[in-house]
Design a binder for this molecule. Structure first.
Ligand SMILES: Cc1cc2nc3c(=O)[nH]c(=O)nc-3n(C[C@H](O)[C@H](O)[C@H](O)COP(=O)(O)OP(=O)(O)OC[C@H]3O[C@@H](n4cnc5c(N)ncnc54)[C@H](O)[C@@H]3O)c2cc1C
Length: 380
């Protein structure tokens, strides 16, 4: 029996739930909304460790990611064409779903299109044409166009970029405001009757005969018929007795001062997605360089490091036209969850505990659709 909890609290905030979702990031929020849509009577509570969600969802770059050509080619090679297409289709549909749910202005959704910058050292110039043709043919049934990717090298200089040899453009990708998206999702979930309790850290989830008991750092014990773990890179600390195959990967970001007449507009990828940048109004947001120090960046520590910050600053100096003047005004990091095969991990780790984690750095567009899979598994 828990002590020092009033009957009022016990019967309301801490009452037994049909589903408790641990983790209030994009995965947890989209799942709560989708579950409610499937069955409105479900009593659902989200338990979030921090005051605001704190992992990847409010710390990312805000790309509604469709996928860059080199990433898709790599996925087709390593995972097979059909798996690559299935995950790309989820992202495509995820972007559509975001725009269906929220007015564009509310989440600062900008259908700016995406670009992949390429150097000859990375990609043999004479193979680009064939690779684009190959991808376009595969992707046409998903995107509804024969020209998902187009080569547009001439745009490099008009966008203020230098020291790249080729540019591939797609119209599918967009930019958005990650904080406003999470806020909008929270409001939507609450309006549907989902309870969100922040500042509650789950320390252990115990499968019982008829449900799950959740112990928390705050010494409050919750019970639910089913539990959904949306704790991404932080999952292994609460799934006692289970090893969840997710590895933390820190992502660091820098943001420039406002730049007068900034020519750059869109979302940009380089080096198989290890560098990514976009305009945020008239500033540039750049993230990545994790491949410069993989081991150091395999961490859940939300700090920044000199190695990565220097690599990011050097990247801007090299690739932005020298006529573009700026200072670095803000720096931050977030934590991603990765699996070995780069596919999300959606598995029952106990009969009543489902883990839905590891969007491998692409959760903005993926989580709305993975949430549907989660809801289907919970409500048959
Ligand atoms: C720097 C960076 C840039 C990125 N850029 C992009 C991008 O441009 N486009 C894109 O699609 N994706 C991007 N991503 C990835 C994307 O943000 C993630 O895939 C997505 O946010 C994952 O959402 P999530 O809900 O699974 O995880 P998270 O957002 O990490 O949420 C997990 C939540 O669980 C909570 N939690 C953890 N442990 C507990 C516990 N014990 N009890 C209670 N709560 C707990 C955490 O506080 C956290 O709020 C980026 C990520 C980073 C770090």
């Amino acid at each position: 029996m828990q002590t020092n909890i009033s009957i009022w609290e016990k019967d309301s905030f801490f009452a037994p739930q049909d589903i408790i979702i641990v983790g209030g990031g994009l995965m947890g929020l989209w799942s709560a909304i989708t579950l409610k849509e499937k069955k409105h009577s479900l009593r659902i509570t989200i338990l979030e460790k921090n005051i605001t969600p704190l992992g990847a969802s409010t710390r990312n770059a805000g790309f509604a990611c469709f996928g860059s050509p080199t990433e898709l080619l790599h996925d087709a090679q390593t995972l097979g064409e059909s798996t690559m297409l299935s995950i790309t289709e989820k992202r495509f549909k995820g972007i559509e779903k975001i725009t269906h749910y929220f007015p564009k202005h509310e989440i600062e959704y900008d259908p700016c299109g995406g670009y992949e910058c390429i150097t000859n050292a990375q990609f043999k110039p004479d193979t680009i044409h064939d690779s684009i043709a190959y991808l376009n043919q595969l992707l046409a049934p998903i995107t509804g166009t024969k020209h998902t990717f187009i080569r547009n090298d001439a745009a490099l200089s008009t966008l203020g970029l230098q020291h790249f040899d080729a540019l591939i453009q797609n119209k599918m990708e967009a930019g958005l405001h990650s904080g406003k998206l999470v806020q909008a999702l929270q409001m939507e979930a609450v309006s549907m009757g989902v309870q969100i309790l922040s500042g509650i850290e789950v320390t252990n989830c115990l499968q019982q005969n008829n449900g799950v008991q959740l112990h928390t750092h705050q010494k409050i014990v919750f019970t639910a018929e089913k539990v959904l773990l949306c704790t991404n890179a932080f999952s292994n600390t609460i799934a006692t007795g289970h090893t969840i195959p997710v590895k933390a990967g820190r992502g660091q970001i820098i943001l420039t001062s406002p730049i007068q007449n900034l020519p750059l507009h869109g979302t940009f990828h380089f080096d198989a997605g290890f560098y990514y940048w976009r305009n945020l109004g008239n500033r540039i947001l750049l993230g990545g360089a994790r491949n410069k120090a993989f081991e150091e960046e395999t961490t859940t520590s939300l700090t920044t490091s000199a190695t990565i910050q220097t690599a990011l600053e050097d990247f801007l100096k090299t690739h932005l036209h020298p006529s573009i003047h700026y200072t670095i005004e803000q720096r931050w990091s977030g934590i991603m969850g990765f699996t070995v095969n780069h596919l999300p991990y959606i598995h029952f780790i106990e009969p009543n505990i489902l883990a839905a984690i590891a969007c491998n750095g692409m959760g903005v567009a993926l989580t709305p659709i993975i949430a549907e899979e989660v809801a289907d598994r919970f409500i048959q």
